[in-house]
Write a protein that binds this ligand. Sequence first.
Ligand code: KG4
Ligand code: ZN
Length: 357
Amino acid sequence: MKKPFLCLGIETSCDETSAAIVRDGQTILSDVTVSQIDLHKVFGGVVPEIACRAHIETILPVIDKAFKNAKVKPQELTAVAVTNRPGLIGALLVGISAAKTIAWVLDKPIIGINHVHAHIYANHLFEQSGRAPGQPAGRPRFLPGPAFPYLGLIVSGGHTSLYWVKSPLQYKLLGRTLDDAAGEAFDKVSHIIGLGYPGGPAIEKAARKGNPAAIKFPRGLVGTGYDFSFSGIKTAVLYYCKGQNAARKTPLKKGINIADVAASFQETAVDTLVERVIGLAKAKKARAIALGGGVAANQRLRDKLAQASARLDIPLYLPFKELCLDNGAMVAGLAYHYWENGEVDNLFLDGSSQGDK
Ligand code: KG4
Ligand code: ZN
C-alpha cells in the first residue's frame, strides 16, 4: 500500500497563526488556528509589529496541538509546507523559521506556498467527516473539488484577485483590485460608521436590519475589463455619512441610518464582485467557480453568487467559513501537488511580501 503523504502546513502571513496536518493533499486531519483579532481591534487594523510578536508566542503551541489533534507523530511527516508569500514579511518569517527548523530536525523536505493560491486550493479539501466545501445541494459527498479549468476569486483583507486555474499548480492572474481589497473596503467602511474591526462580519450583521436599496453608492470600474476598484465606494460612503470632503474623524451627520448604509454598501460591493465573476466565467467557459479569502464568508455574497451561477449552470464552490479565513490546511493541501511534481524547496527558502504580478 502506498504510504500516505502527511504534510504539516504552517500559515503566519497576516494575523492568524495556524498549523494543520493534511493527508494526500485532501483530508484535513487537524487544523488549529489562533486569531489575533483582539490584539489588533483597538488599532482598527493589523499592526505588523504586534502580529509578528504574537506569532512568535503562539506558533509552537499551535503546531504542537496540530500534531496532537491529528494523532500524527512528527517522524511520520512526509514534508513541511509553509506560506512564504505574499504577506507581512516579519509575520511570514516566523512561520518560515519554524518550518525550516522542523524540516531540518526531522530531515524532511520543505515546500514554500503562495498564500493566495492556497486560498483557492481550499476548495479541494475535505474534513474526515466527509464535509467538503462548496458542494451544491444534491451532489454526492466526496466530490473531488472543482473541475479544471475553473475561475477562482480571492477576496480577502489584502487581495481581490481573479485567477484562471488550470491545475493545482497553474494559476493565471486575470484581474485584481487597482486600489483597496474588498475586505479592506469592508474594514474601512465599518470604521467610518463606527462598527469596529474586523469590518466584514460587523457590516454583515448590521446589514441584516437595513435596506440594501436605500442608498445608491457608485460601483467602481463598471465594464472596463476584469480589474476591480473599491476605493471610490469607500469615499462615497464617507461623504454620504459625514458630508462632502469630510475627513474620517468627522462625526456622523445626524439621522444617518447605519443599518441602511451597511446594507447598501454591502449590496454594492457584492454586486460588483458577482458581476465580474459571472461575466468572466461566461466569457471563458469556466467549468466551475471557486471562492476563497475572508470576504467569501459573507452570506450575501455566497447567496447572490449561488443564484447567478445556478442560472448559468456553473457549479459554485464555497469553502466552509473556517476555510475561507487564513488556515494551515490549505497550505498543507496544496503542497502535496508540488511534492508529487518534484518541486520542493530547501533551507534557503525565503519570504516575500509580493505575490503574483
Ligand atoms: O483571508 P483573511 O482572513 O485574511 C487576509 O488574508 O486578509 O480575510 C480577512 C478579511 C477582513 O478584511 C475581514 O473584514 C473580511 O475578510 N471578512 C468579511 C467577512 N468575514 C471576514 N468580509 C465580509 N463579510 C464577512 N462575513
Ligand atoms: Zn488570506
